[in-house]
Design a binder for this molecule. Structure first.
Ligand code: FES
Length: 224
């Protein structure tokens, strides 16, 4: 017989199979997920969720598509969190520490509570990447924040009102545009595509039967 657990979705109790993720448990309980559901694979950050296990003090955070249900879970999803998103032109930003002071000055009000890191659904060292941003070390900030899915949970817990995912996004853009070495092989390939070097090859491919196309795809060389 299938084991079940009791979970509370938005305050209402449901018996659900114990091997389901929170996201599947919501669907099992009859919720139709219009918001708060995207890739279902831990990449898009649409399914940020907060929960507390009955009888425990700690408020936990997770991605609903990646986390199994547990007995006594009180669950609320957070399909959107209102981050501060400044508008700028990456082609004209001043790629120095001053840009953070100008666009996201609240990062200098960080009190070091580490709530952002503790709540990160990706287990990133969020406070550390904000420290890198404060010092204008955009390459380090970009590296440390690389797996951010922008779910916004860190910002929901921040007493200084920092929009960590947007700060990290700016650092990654600066890094990509001004600091990281140019990817010349990529530029060459784009140029080849634009000048039509592959047109015949692509047309020949497009005219193949679908099964042959699938076979070619499944047996392709994968660069590692
Ligand atoms: S649905 Fe995309 S991360 Fe969960």
């Amino acid at each position: 017989m299938q084991t079940t657990v009791t979970v509370y979705l938005f305050g209402k109790p449901y018996q659900v199979p114990s091997d389901l993720t929170i996201m599947c448990a919501m669907e099992y309980a009859g919720y139709q997920l219009v918001r708060g559901c995207g890739c279902r694979n831990g990449f898009c950050g649409a399914c940020a969720t907060i929960y507390r296990i009955q009888g425990q003090k700690e408020l936990k955070t997770c991605l609903a598509c990646q986390t199994k249900v547990e007995e006594g879970m009180y669950i609320a999803t957070l399909p959107f969190f209102p981050l501060v998103k400044e508008v700028y032109d990456i082609n004209t930003v001043n790629a120095t520490e001053a840009v953070m002071m100008q666009l996201y000055p609240e990062i200098y009000a960080c009190i070091g509570c580490n709530a952002c890191t503790k709540s990160c659904t990706q287990s990133l060292n969020v406070m550390q990447y904000i420290a890198y941003a404060q010092r204008g070390e955009f390459d380090k900030c970009a590296e440390e924040s690389f797996d951010c899915v922008m779910c916004g949970v860190c910002s929901s817990r921040c007493p200084a009102g920092i929009s960590h995912p947007q700060v990290a996004m700016l650092a990654r853009r600066i890094n990509g545009k001004y600091l990281a070495p140019k990817s010349t092989h990529l530029e060459d390939r784009v140029e080849e595509i634009q000048t039509g070097s592959f047109r015949e090859l692509i047309e020949a491919l497009m005219n193949k039967p679908i099964d042959e196309m699938k076979e070619l795809y499944n047996t392709r060389n994968i660069e590692t």
